[in-house]
Design a protein around this ligand. Sequence first.
Ligand SMILES: [Fe+2]
Length: 135
Amino acid sequence: MLGLQLPTDPRWVNLAEKSLEDILTDHAYCEQKAATSCISLIQLFSDKDELVRELAPIVTEEWGHFRMVLHELDKRKLKLGRQRKDEYVGALLNFKKKAVAAKVICSNICSFAPSSKRVVASVFASFPCTLPMMS
Ligand SMILES: [Fe+2]
């Protein structure tokens, strides 16, 4: 059923055979996320010509992988399922939203109260990630 071409741990084979549709669905969404992440980066940094030129073919490649996984599903008469929620990715996205919101708020504070820049800079210094400082 799997058509494996190399010796593979039988524990993994057993799991894969039991939930091949889930595994292929998960794989398809990994490919989709790779493509859409590149598209998002292109949208965010459209002024970085070299970056855009490097990412554009990766979008094509990853979307091609997505289509290949769809083909594998079709060959086995399986369906693309719904995207599984990943708690780790969810936590990262929540963190990103908070970090972006904090940056916007701090930027607004600096715009309306330039004398507070030093305080805002110290807040960012204690932030657990590296965010670009606003000018
Ligand atoms: Fe891929």
